[in-house]
Design a protein around this ligand. Sequence first.
Ligand code: ADP
Ligand code: MG
Length: 236
Amino acid sequence: MAAYEVMRRLKLDRFAGVVSAGKEARVYRAVGRDGKEYAVKIYLTATAEFRRSIYKYIMGDPRFEGVDLSNTKRLFFAWARKEFRNLKRMYEAGVQVPKPYLVYQNIIVMEFIGREGKRAPLIKEVYKELDEEELVNVFNQVFENMKRIYCCARLVHADLSEYNIMYLDGKIYIIDVAQAVDLNHPLAMEFLKHDVETIHAFFADEAGLDIPSPEEMIREITECKNVQCVKRRVDE
Ligand SMILES: Nc1ncnc2c1ncn2[C@@H]1O[C@H](COP(=O)(O)OP(=O)(O)O)[C@@H](O)[C@H]1O
Ligand SMILES: [Mg+2]
């Protein structure tokens, strides 16, 4: 079984509970022999909605050439690989994402974002507990990281929202990057606009912050001025 191969390769001691059971994927917490924690995302079920929605993210992507999309297993292997490569590309460009460790078949292993066995909250789950200064800090980090994704990793997340950003000790982590596309993708600008509108609606309307308009945000992101592209390597 694939999970055993992953455990062997990363010297994992045990799986220690389900962190999240989504429609397509489950996320587990795993613990290494050295006590280090990992997040293990396993793609399991291809819903009809997933099959329908996936097409627009993979068209023209050479990584999917020749993959029989009706074969669920193959589809998930390719999808997990795409998520891992997007995560690695973002991580290496200095985007605040969990550090990627391994992809094997339908399984991705990355840094566990949390403390003492508990995952960190999503910003959707904590924003009401934060004061305005801290909320502004969170928005600034999200905005800066949107610029890094675009300008440094040359990607668009394409599913960015308050549900795909975690918050730990004052720092944000962007997650769930499978559907991210290269800037050359024909719908990249459309996806960027959607991401910006979603983030804007959350911080302006729901959290009540005074932030730049969506048009201004798009302009700033695509201008790529003064963006901190940090270079770091994931050793393989
Ligand atoms: N690296 C991680 N560390 C801790 N928890 C994580 C990590 N990645 C994901 N999670 C948890 O699992 C949930 C689902 O992960 P996500 O990648 O968003 O998949 P889905 O496609 O199911 O939304 C997240 O909302 C978060 O609570
Ligand atoms: Mg998600």
